[in-house]
Ligand binder design. Structure first.
Ligand SMILES: Nc1ncnc2c1ncn2[C@@H]1O[C@H](COP(=O)(O)OP(=O)(O)OP(=O)(O)O)[C@@H](O)[C@H]1O
Ligand SMILES: [Mg+2]
Length: 204
């Protein structure tokens, strides 16, 4: 696929990611990493306007053009700046926000919130105000909130870029755990989400 805002940002990207693979995309500032992340999450062109050629698919499903609440259950995006992603007052309310908007039954929401807080190491801070969190804690809260939608694929846009070594280790620990354990099946769905640690590095 290719995408242009006013000028071209992505040219002839041909990327396939098999189930279970962890892929790292590297590249200089401005090369298009965030644009690619937005495209992978299906937010182009529904939320980010420009000229799209080609398409992004999850299996047979075309993501480009799906309503955001549907796309976010297939591919979850953790944005480059967690301050733009966190919109609720507390950690717990942030993580519950997505499932609540899907109008899921309360026990399902509670189970998702508990699991997401546990896997990201944020359970002890569930009642904390998000504005009081450190950078690593905010990033882990954003990951938890994204996981609460039970996405099949997780896309993280520079999850370590603004963190000090301690915060970076916290987030890496969460990602390692997710990569090795995966996400348990939702009680309202039979589809699980598992990842192995098979890895690949690409550049743009
Ligand atoms: N909303 C926008 N409107 C117009 N042009 C944009 C917009 N967002 C990004 N661009 C341009 O698209 C290109 C790719 O930007 P993008 O943010 O995807 O790069 P990046 O690799 O994520 O950079 P960084 O490492 O600095 O985060 C750049 O030339 C940028 O100026
Ligand atoms: Mg970027």
């Amino acid at each position: 696929m290719s995408f242009a805002y006013l000028g071209a940002a992505l040219r002839h990207v041909d990327l396939g990611v098999p189930a279970g693979e962890v892929v790292l995309i590297t590249g200089a500032s401005g090369c298009g990493k965030s644009t690619l992340a937005l495209a992978l999450a299906g937010l182009i062109p529904s939320r980010i306007h420009g000229e799209l050629r080609g398409r992004v698919c999850f299996g047979e499903r075309v993501l480009s053009g799906l309503p955001p609440h549907e796309a976010s259950q297939l591919v979850g995006l953790v944005f480059q700046n967690p301050n733009l992603q966190l919109i609720n007052q507390t950690v717990q309310s942030e993580v519950a926000f997505g499932p609540e908007n899907l109008a899921l039954p309360q026990p399902e929401i509670a189970a998702r919130v508990d699991w997401c807080l546990e896997v990201t190491g944020m359970a002890a801070l569930r009642h904390a105000a998000t504005v009081t969190l450190s950078g690593g804690q905010k990033q882990r809260t954003a990951i938890a909130a994204t996981l609460a939608m039970r996405p099949r694929v997780l896309v993280l846009d520079e999850p370590l870029s603004d963190l000090d070594p301690v915060g970076a280790q916290e987030v890496l620990g969460t990602l390692r755990r997710l990569a090795s354990e995966g996400v348990p099946p939702s009680s309202s769905s039979s589809t699980g989400w598992t990842m192995s640690c098979r890895g690949r590095i690409g550049s743009c």
